[in-house]
Design a protein around this ligand. Structure first.
Ligand SMILES: *Cc1c(COP(=O)(O)O)cnc(C)c1O
Length: 414
C-alpha cells in the first residue's frame, strides 16, 4: 500500500525493472546477465534491490573466493583508501613490498609483476615469454611461437582473442596478433609435436573454467612439464580462475606437484574488492624486464596492494583453501545421487563444478533462471554447462541448500 499522506506519496523506490531498464537504455549490450539486480552481499549470500536473498554459486567467476565483504578485507580497504590510493610506479609506496613478500612466500616464486586485470597479467606473461625467447633462448627476432590450448580463455584483448578458438570472441575483431599455435587441450603429444626451435612457451589453464570446468587426465601437467624441460620451453600456467584455493589446493598445478616457470593470478587476488592481478616467475624469467619495458599506471597501487595483502592473509589464516576441499567433497557426494536425464556429465575439482547438459535439455540458461527464482545464483558457460563456483567460505548448511535447490530445479525442468 502506498501511504498517500506522505509528501513522497508518488515516489516509489526503484525496482529491479527500473534498474534493468536503465542498463538496457544506456549501456553497451556486450553482456546478457541474469535479470537480478544485486545491491548487497555478505559471505556466500547476496541480496537484490527488492530484498530477496540468494546463495551466490558463481562468486563473480571466482573473484570472490574470500566471500562478499569480508570484514577484514573491507577494513583494509577503508583504512588504505583514507591514507592513499595511488602513487603510480614513478614513486615507491609502503604497501607494495609487503604485498610482494606475502605473494612470493605463499606461492614460492621469487618475483611478482603487478597488474590490474587478468587479461593484463596474461599479456605480461606473453611478453615475458617472448622476451625470454629472444634474449635467453636465442630465438631469431620476430619468430617466437607460443603454444596454446583449444578452448582457452585468457581475457578479451586483441592479442589474447587472437589465439582463442571461440568464433564469437574473434568475429569482427581482426586482424589478429600472430605467433600462436593451437593444440587440443590436455594433449601432451600434440604439444610435443608442435614445438619447434622457435617455441618460447606453452601457455595453459591447468583446468579450463570458461570452457566448462575441463579437467585434463591426471598426469598431463607432469608430462607437459617434462616436455617443456626437455625442449627448453617455458611452461606458463594461467591460474587466474583455477588458483587461490578454488580447486581445494592453493594452485590447480599443485594437484600434480607441478611448478610452472610462470603463473598468472587475478580474480580472487584482492578478494574481488579491487582489480589486482600479477605475473609470477623466478629471476631467470622475470629478469628479462628492464625499467621501461612494461608497466601500468594503476599496477602495484597502494590501495590494491593493501587489499590484496589482506585478501591473501585471510585466505591463509582462515583455512579457506582447506574449506574449499572439504566443502567440495560434500558437494561432490551430494551430486553423486543426481540422476536426472538431462545431465550428460558432472565435472568437479574442489569448489568448481560444471554440470554439462545434453543438448536436448534446451541449454543451461533456463536452469540458471529457474535456480535464480529459487534463490541460488549461478551462470551457464558455453550454452550447455551450469558452472557452480561458490565462495570458498561456504558452509555445510549452504552446500546442502544448494544441492536441494539444484534437485528441485532438475525435478521441475527435467
Ligand atoms: C577471467 C580470466 C582471465 C581474464 O581476467 P579479466 O580480469 O577478466 O581480464 C584470464 N584467464 C582466465 C583463466 C580467466 O578465468
Amino acid at each position: 500500500m502506498i501511504d498517500t499522506s506522505s509528501d513522497a506519496s508518488d515516489v516509489q523506490a526503484p525496482s529491479s525493472h527500473d534498474y534493468i531498464a536503465l542498463e538496457e537504455r544506456y549501456g553497451a549490450h556486450n553482456y546478457r546477465p541474469l535479470d537480478v539486480v544485486l545491491s548487497g552481499g555478505l559471505g556466500s549470500w547476496v541480496w537484490d534491490v527488492d530484498g530477496k536473498r540468494y546463495l551466490d554459486c558463481l562468486a563473480a567467476y571466482g573473484a570472490v573466493n574470500q566471500g562478499h565483504n569480508h570484514p577484514r578485507i573491507v577494513a583494509a580497504f577503508v583504512e588504505q583508501a583514507q591514507r592513499m590510493a595511488l602513487t603510480s610506479r614513478a614513486f615507491r609506496n609502503d604497501k607494495l613490498g609487503p604485498f610482494y613478500r606475502i605473494l612470493c612466500e605463499m606461492t614460492g616464486y621469487q618475483r611478482v609483476l603487478p597488474m590490474n586485470t587478468g587479461a593484463e597479467a596474461v599479456e605480461t606473461a606473453l611478453k615475458a615469454a617472448r622476451k625470454w625467447g629472444y634474449t635467453v633462448k636465442g630465438i631469431p627476432d620476430g619468430q617466437a611461437e607460443i603454444i596454446v590450448m583449444a578452448g582457452n580463455f585468457g581475457g578479451r584483448t586483441i592479442t589474447i582473442i587472437s589465439f582463442s578458438d571461440e568464433p564469437q570472441y574473434r568475429a569482427g575483431f581482426g586482424p589478429f596478433t600472430p605467433g600462436f599455435k593451437l593444440v587440443p587441450f590436455g594433449d601432451a603429444d600434440a604439444i610435443e609435436r608442435a614445438i619447434t626451435p622457435n617455441t618460447c612457451a606453452v601457455l595453459l589453464e591447468p583446468i579450463q573454467g570458461e570452457a566448462g570446468i575441463i579437467v585434463p587426465p591426471h598426469g598431463t601437467l607432469k608430462r607437459i612439464r617434462a616436455i617443456c624441460d626437455a625442449n627448453n620451453v617455458l611452461m606458463i600456467a594461467d591460474e587466474i580462475q583455477s588458483g587461490l584455493g578454488r580447486t581445494g589446493l592453493l594452485m590447480a598445478c599443485d594437484h600434480e606437484g607441478v611448478r610452472p616457470d610462470g603463473v598468472t593470478l587475478g580474480k580472487a587476488l584482492a578478494g574481488g574488492m579491487y582489480p589486482v592481478s600479477a605475473f609470477l616467475a623466478d629471476d631467470a624469467v622475470m629478469d628479462v624486464f628492464q625499467p621501461g619495458d612494461h608497466g601500468s599506471t594503476f599496477g602495484g597501487n597502494p590501495l590494491g596492494a593493501a587489499v590484496a595483502t589482506e585478501a591473501l592473509t585471510v585466505l591463509r589464516d582462515e583455512g579457506m583453501v582447506e574449506n574449499a576441499a572439504a566443502m567440495g567433497r560434500r558437494f561432490g557426494a551430494g551430486l553423486e545421487s543426481f540422476d536426472h536425464g538431462s545431465i550428460k556429465e558432472v565435472r568437479q575439482v574442489g569448489l568448481w563444478i560444471g554440470i554439462e547438459l545434453w543438448p536436448e535439455a534446451g541449454g543451461a540458461r533456463r536452469y540458471c533462471e529457474d535456480l535464480q527464482g529459487r534463490g541460488v545464483l549461478c551462470k551457464e558457460t558455453h550454452h550447455h554447462v551450469i558452472r557452480i563456483a561458490p565462495p570458498l567460505v561456504i558452509g555445510p548448511t549452504e552446500v546442502d541448500h544448494a544441492l536441494e535447490t539444484l534437485h528441485a530445479s532438475f525435478d521441475h525442468l527435467g
